[in-house]
Design a protein around this ligand. Structure first.
Ligand SMILES: [Zn+2]
Length: 94
């Protein structure tokens, strides 16, 4: 069974504002990218948050047995807004 769309699941998620790679502070209105994983028990979980300069657009971290995705969003008042999915490790089965 295919898990729900990561973009929809992550929209409005509250998150920290420090880039996981360069430790830059992210401000409201900044473009961010996130690495998210999905396990049946937990649903989609944000694992890493990247600023615009550091973000990956493809999946490079292999996580065993997890559905993974890269999302792009606007950071706004401590939450992710306008989330879109950029890459996904598994094809969505309709
Ligand atoms: Zn960064």
């Amino acid at each position: 069974m295919s898990p729900a769309d990561p973009a929809a699941a992550m929209n409005g998620t509250r998150t920290g504002n420090i880039c996981s790679r360069c430790n830059k502070g992210i401000r409201s209105g900044d473009l961010v990218r996130g690495y998210v994983t999905h396990y049946p028990r937990d649903g989609w979980v944000l694992r890493r948050l990247y600023c615009d300069s550091c973000g990956d657009t493809s999946i490079e971290h292999g996580t065993e047995d997890a559905d993974e995705a890269i999302i792009e969003a606007v950071y706004w008042n401590g939450r992710l807004a306008g989330v879109e999915t950029r890459a996904r490790s598994r094809e969505e089965s309709a």
